[in-house]
Design a protein. Structure first.
Length: 168
């Protein structure tokens, strides 16, 4: 009696870098912010004050750029993966430029002076800078890293990696 030859079962797991690098920028944290910006400038021979008071709202997005991963950033052993993620970064800081959310509350042009468009532009730029600073001060990059690790762990679990670890 001859037993049929035993055929081994072979499971080849896909390369990790092929799984996550094509994701590119993984946006994992967004802050929605609002602020009021008061911009003033003295102008003319009489040193009149021109003023713009702007209500602004916008968004800051952060995450990890997986396209920056290199082969040496990932180690695999069976169903275990150790990953060194690129540093989290801010991807976008934007002002919602619609009249419902960002608008001039008050404009004081002074007496007999032409409108000063520089003031409104300066107020908008100051709002965007404020959004960026506020998001950084409130830990958006740390949150982006934590969320990226969770999402990558979940994705790699779908392709049978059971132990996913992250190193600095």
């Amino acid at each position: 009696f001859n037993a049929p030859p035993v055929t081994p079962t072979i499971i080849v797991q896909p390369s990790v870098i092929d799984q996550i690098k094509p994701l590119g920028q993984l946006h994992t944290s967004s802050y929605f912010l609002s602020t009021v910006v008061d911009t003033q400038m003295k102008i003319g021979a009489l040193n009149q004050v021109q003023r713009v008071l702007l209500v602004a709202c916008g968004k800051v997005d952060a995450g990890v750029d997986l396209a920056k991963l290199q082969a040496e950033d990932i180690q695999t052993l069976g169903d275990r993966v150790i990953i060194r993620l690129p540093a989290p970064e801010l991807f976008t800081t934007q002002l919602f430029d619609d009249r419902k959310c960002t608008y001039v509350v008050m404009r004081d042009e002074g007496i007999l002076l032409p409108p000063n468009l520089v003031l409104e532009t300066a107020a908008r730029e100051a709002a965007v800078a404020n959004f960026r600073e506020t998001a950084l001060a409130n830990g958006i990059l740390e949150q982006a890293r934590t969320n990226a690790e969770g999402e990558i762990r979940r994705l790699l679990g779908l392709v049978n990696y059971r132990d996913v670890q992250f190193v600095p």
